[in-house]
Design a binder for this molecule. Structure first.
Ligand SMILES: [Zn+2]
Length: 50
């Protein structure tokens, strides 16, 4: 149980992205790892990391 949770958190940290506009960090869903996502704070588009 605890090991499973740790693994999930590790994956979430791996998917953190920084908004180029407001510089805030947010977690991107795993299925959108390679897609442009919308910043939940300022609605700017955040492109995937190259
Ligand atoms: Zn933003």
């Amino acid at each position: 149980m605890i090991l499973t949770l740790g693994f999930a958190v590790g994956r979430m940290l791996h998917l953190k992205r920084t908004c180029p506009k407001c510089k805030r960090h947010q977690v991107v869903p795993h299925e959108k790892k390679h897609q442009t996502v919308r910043c939940k704070y300022c609605k700017a588009d955040i492109p995937p990391k190259k």
